[in-house]
Design a binder for this molecule. Structure first.
Ligand code: AMP
Ligand code: ZN
Length: 146
């Protein structure tokens, strides 16, 4: 279920402070709904984050009509990386919740420019745990909830 941006949480949120112009950032793109700025501790040159301007902690909290706007911001930044940074590819990811490693509780999409032979991993290197349930069991669980 979508929610309104949470006012109290946003007051001390570093990304909300950037949106309000109260904290500095190297902004690369901004429109009515979305902002993109460089990660202050880049994993690679060009590491950028795209955020909704409203304060939503996780992807599930973002109103459905805003999700596409955030992803369009991601697409734009990814395209700019290919053009301006000569990126051959990009890795796009969200630490979507604390258990996934999210530190800043304001949804942000990481975009990393990638190059053949850059030594980086893939989404498959994030976690490896053997499954207890069969694919059919998992399918039923998820289908039943969608
Ligand atoms: P995570 O919540 O684990 O996805 O990571 C938060 C990311 O935000 C990290 O990569 C930080 O380097 C980055 N970050 C934290 N504070 C700032 C800031 N003021 N400006 C830009 N990036 C930041
Ligand atoms: Zn925020």
């Amino acid at each position: 279920m979508s929610q309104s941006p949470t006012q109290s949480a946003s007051a001390g949120c570093i990304f909300c402070r950037i949106v309000r112009g109260e904290a500095p950032a190297h902004v690369v793109y901004e429109d009515e709904h979305v902002m993109a700025f460089l990660d202050i501790h880049p994993l690679v040159e060009g590491h950028t984050m795209v955020i909704p301007k409203g304060h939503y902690e996780t992807l599930e909290a973002v109103p459905p009509e805003l999700v596409g706007k955030v992803f369009e911001g991601v697409r734009k930044v990814s395209e700019a990386m290919r053009r301006a940074l000569r990126a051959e590819a990009t890795t796009i990811g969200i630490n979507n919740g604390r258990a996934a490693g999210q530190v800043v509780p304001h949804l942000h999409v990481h975009i990393l420019p990638r190059y053949a032979g850059d030594g980086g991993g893939t989404i498959h290197s994030i976690i490896h745990r053997p499954a207890n349930k069969s694919l059919e069991e998992v399918q039923k669980l998820l289908q039943g909830s969608l």
